[in-house]
Design a protein. Structure first.
Length: 100
């Protein structure tokens, strides 16, 4: 029972961490877009330049969000290695069976 609780809390931790990173990335892109629009409103002739300067950081921030999702997926797949498949015993039980 205690192992199942720890596994469940691990899943929750992984997804809360990934969610916080994605929320931070969304906030970063929103702040970047807001600043670019304010700059364009003040000087409309620089709109093209601001859009180009905004695309690269926005792509980097979005890449960070994708990286967070990949790390969360890898963490969940690693956590799943400790979960027994239906009809099989857990890895610790298998190891104990081999030493007998």
């Amino acid at each position: 029972m205690h192992d199942i609780l720890g596994l469940g809390l691990s899943y929750i931790g992984v997804f809360v961490g990934a969610g916080l990173i994605l929320i931070g990335g969304a906030y970063g892109i929103a702040k970047l877009s807001s600043s670019a629009l304010e700059g364009a409103a003040r000087q409309p002739e620089t709109l093209g330049k601001l859009q180009v300067m905004m695309i690269i950081p926005a792509a980097m921030i979005e890449g960070l969000g994708l990286l967070a999702l990949v790390i969360a997926l890898l963490a969940v797949l690693t956590l799943n290695k400790g979960v027994p498949v239906a009809g099989e015993s857990a890895p610790a039980e298998r190891a104990a069976a081999h030493t007998r």
